[in-house]
Design a protein. Structure first.
Ligand code: SAH
Ligand code: SF4
Length: 345
């Protein structure tokens, strides 16, 4: 079966004409798909034989709302979506003064096994297709009656471990015929799959690359992020420098501050040394506690001392505002709770 919503417009046209239907039918189908129809029967201006052909050879990816939580504090919305095959993923919609931002998942689970991450703790099931990443945006927009302006690939999964589908998603979501969300409004977060960072740089997209650093030295990072044993920090930072040189886009770094693990003055000095001369910004995130891990958030005083050391060395860092704290808005947690309720892991 062909995943029809993952096709580029030209691919859809080729598919339709190769199967003996005129090209203008592809334009009609594309229009219906963009309107968010969930079945081919809804495409009312198509002849019966074409509807029959599509129903027998293609499917439309959907994200059905299984659960929806709305934060009492800041209107952040978190969805647990059920996909065509019954898998569950999470998506978060945040409201900012400049518009709505969505945090989408790219995989069901994750292989990377970071010790502080709820998704990493629940294992890996499969990668999402481009249309399944898009479906999260469409379903959220429909449900909330809004238009999303910013997309962050920071939900469940490692986007660069699903490279081809993610590239396809990026092209589709930014296309003028599609949702038309420009690359400048997109952020891709990665734990640091170095070869894929080089590949992404070659695409020369105007998106923001955000690298999950979380430690200033290999010894600490090896313990919390197993990916570091494969691609250590010197290689990762070299790839980030290359990314900046190639695209001209400033790289962001995520740094979850964990009490007593990576938040000392010495850690701050090491971090400044590591990033010396790189045009970047650091987002500090007080770590969210996760079941099965005993990590604690750094104190506010520690956060401030850390920022001060960085800024004295010319590196800008800000503490990220935590949204949706009452609804477990960091990804992986809702799915875990849901699976536990159902008697799973
Ligand atoms: N796999 C990608 C993107 C998804 S994770 C990546 O790792 O970058 C999105 C972000 O949430 C990453 O920066 C990740 O390190 C961070 N994160 C995961 N668990 C967290 C936790 N318990 N507290 C704070 N940040 C966390
Ligand atoms: Fe995967 Fe990112 Fe979680 Fe690490 S932090 S386990 S890479 S989702």
């Amino acid at each position: 079966m062909t995943d029809i919503k993952s096709l580029y417009k030209e691919e859809l046209e080729a598919f339709i004409t190769e199967n003996g239907f005129p090209k203008f039918r592809a334009v009609q189908i594309y229009g219906w798909l963009n309107k968010g129809v969930k079945s081919f029967d809804e495409m009312r201006n198509l002849p019966k034989n074409l509807i029959e052909f599509l129903s027998n050879s293609c499917y439309i990816s959907v994200a059905n709302i299984e659960k929806k939580l709305v934060s009492r504090y800041d209107k952040t919305v978190k969805y647990l979506f059920r996909l065509n095959d019954g898998e569950y993923i999470e998506t978060v919609v945040m409201s900012y003064h400049h518009g709505y931002s969505i945090c989408v998942s790219t995989q069901v689970g994750c292989k990377m096994g970071c010790t502080f991450c709820a998704t990493g703790k629940s294992g890996f099931s499969r990668s999402l297709t481009a249309s399944e990443i898009l479906a999260q945006i469409e379903a959220s927009q429909d449900d909330l009656g809004i238009r999303i302006s910013n997309v962050v690939l920071m939900g469940m999964g490692e986007p660069l471990d699903n490279y081809d589908n993610v590239i396809r998603f990026l092209r589709l979501v930014s296309s003028e015929d599609g949702l038309n969300i420009g690359m400048r409004h997109i952020t891709l977060s990665t734990c640091g799959l170095v070869p894929r960072i080089y590949d992404l740089a070659e695409q020369k997209f105007a998106l923001t690359l955000s690298v999950s650093l979380h430690a200033p030295d290999d010894e600490t990072r090896n313990k919390t992020m197993p990916v570091n044993r494969r691609y250590p920090l010197n290689e990762l930072i070299k790839a980030c420098r290359y990314y900046f040189d190639k695209t001209g886009r400033r790289v962001s770094f995520e740094y979850a501050m964990i009490d007593g693990v990576n938040d000392s003055d010495e850690n701050a000095r090491a971090l400044a040394g590591l990033l010396n001369g790189l045009n970047c910004h650091i987002n500090l995130i007080p770590v969210n506690s996760v079941k099965g891990a005993s990590y604690k958030k750094s104190s506010v005083a520690r956060q401030q001392a850390f920022i001060k050391i960085l800024s004295q060395r010319g590196i800008t860092a800000t503490v990220r505002r935590t949204l949706g704290s009452d609804i477990n808005a960091s990804c992986g947690q809702l799915k875990r709770n849901h699976t536990e309720e159902k008697g799973g892991i």
